[in-house]
Design a protein around this ligand. Structure first.
Ligand code: 0O2
Length: 211
């Protein structure tokens, strides 16, 4: 069924918030590249939650399936996913979000320091982005998920399995996923080590040139 005019109007500020976030992240990415000579963002994805997904999530949370309750209850109508190569990049970006005057971080969930029991790892920030429109400025909430490529690989596969089994993953698959989460974590640690070594070589080379 096509969304009603009311729904389309409701979604407008959320679509603008995606545009705002895209621009901010492009600036963050390019500025970081010039100052660090390293791009902290491997790739990004943005989405506005579909009305069907909003209804499902509201029902799951025991809230009324109305636009007003969607606005009040859901923090992730706007979603951004930032995928980085290294865990260090995640915290670099996190700190940048806190320091920006053009958005406000209102909540942080660090599933990297404290992974979920199934092995899920990711850093979630809920931010408020001002969207200036014709008649008013609306503070639009968005959920920003920041993760490494390894964390993203794991989460994407787990997400597919989760929905395939209608949220009831069989126990043998849960175990496999838990092992895969540990392997993904090890890969992140190994990559951090490799990066450190490369940085040490680069620093040694730079100081040789200086002398
Ligand atoms: P979907 O289908 O991805 O949209 P709260 O903010 O506390 O009111 P919420 O939104 O459940 O409740 O918070 P949380 O824990 O921050 O989860 C938000 C999103 O993170 C989820 O959105 C998923 O995208 C992702 N996520 C959280 N836990 C897991 C997990 O165990 N596995 C995977 N693959 N992703 C996870 P949705 O709306 O639940 O799902």
């Amino acid at each position: 069924m096509l969304p009603s005019k009311e729904t389309l109007q409701f979604l407008m500020p959320y679509k603008f918030a995606v545009d705002e976030l895209k621009t901010k992240l492009k600036i963050i990415q390019q500025e970081a590249y010039f100052s660090l000579e390293h791009n902290p963002i491997e790739h990004m994805k943005f989405r506005v939650k579909s009305p069907e997904s909003m209804t499902k999530k509201l029902k799951r949370k025991g809230a009324a399936a109305t636009l007003t309750s969607a606005k009040n209850v859901l923090n992730d109508i706007v979603g951004a996913r930032i995928v980085c190569c290294f865990e260090e990049d995640i915290y670099f970006l996190r700190d940048l979000f806190y320091s920006r005057p053009d958005l406000t971080v209102v909540e942080e969930k660090d599933y990297i320091k404290e992974p979920k029991s199934n092995g899920y790892r990711s850093l979630h920030l809920i931010v408020e982005v001002p969207v200036v429109m014709h008649e008013k400025t609306e503070m639009v909430r968005a959920e920003i998920q920041i993760r490494t490529i390894a964390m993203d690989f794991w989460a994407s596969v787990e997400h597919k399995i989760f929905y395939k089994y209608d949220r009831e993953i069989p126990s043998h698959l849960k175990e496999e996923l838990s092992e895969a989460a540990s392997a993904a974590n090890e890969l992140d640690l190994k990559m951090a080590k490799v990066r450190k070594e490369i940085q040490n070589i680069e620093n040694a080379y730079d100081s040789m040139i200086m002398h």
